[in-house]
Design a protein around this ligand. Structure first.
Ligand SMILES: Cc1cc2nc3c(=O)[nH]c(=O)nc-3n(C[C@H](O)[C@H](O)[C@H](O)COP(=O)(O)O)c2cc1C
Length: 161
């Protein structure tokens, strides 16, 4: 990474984000997933969200046109999941119990929200792809605090109320 790229990444790191694990199914039906902070709501009607995926993502085809994926929004107690799903070594689903809905993609437990999506469009975005998903089913928790990412580190949320 060049000095300019480092400075660019450091500047982007000043934008606090939530943290998600995006799960899907490989083309042969095995569960796949990775940690994603580049998630955004996009549209209410129709219900659309977007995620940005590195073109080098190992199971990239699992999330593209016509595929399904789930955005699992992590709670502050789930930093271990965020780390595991960003780690290139190890079986990310080892010992992890999960349910499935219509698509068969893993719905991770104890998340602040789970959004099941069908990929509707994919746009180029430099070394990433912008994947737009139509949300077909969602669930959210009334209680709990979000896991945040800021300045290259996981952090938490301090309520002012
Ligand atoms: C906090 C955090 C946020 C991340 N956000 C993204 C993201 O938005 N998009 C992405 O492609 N990778 C993101 N990553 C990196 C991937 O999770 C990581 O490179 C993962 O190993 C990719 O999956 P793969 O090894 O199966 O290719 C993030 C990692 C962390 C720790």
């Amino acid at each position: 990474m060049t000095k300019d790229q480092r400075a660019f990444r450091d500047a982007l790191g000043r934008f606090a984000t939530g943290v998600t694990v995006v799960t899907g199914l490989s083309l042969d039906g095995a569960p796949v997933g990775l940690t994603v902070s580049a998630f955004s709501s996009l549209s209410i009607s129709p219900p659309l969200v977007l995620i940005c995926l590195d073109r080098a993502t190992s199971a990239l085809e699992s999330y593209l046109d016509g595929q399904w994926f789930v955005v699992n929004v992590l709670a502050e107690t789930q930093e271990d999941l965020a780390s595991a799903f960003a780690d290139v070594d190890g079986d990310r689903f080892a010992g992890l119990a999960y349910e499935t809905w219509d698509s068969g993609c893993p719905i991770l437990p104890n998340c602040l929200a789970n959004l099941e999506c069908k990929t509707e469009a994919v746009y180029p975005g430099g070394d990433h792809l912008i994947v737009v998903g139509r949300v077909t089913r969602s669930r959210w928790a009334k209680d709990g605090r979000p896991l945040l990412h800021y300045g290259s580190a996981f952090t938490g949320f301090t309520s002012k109320v």
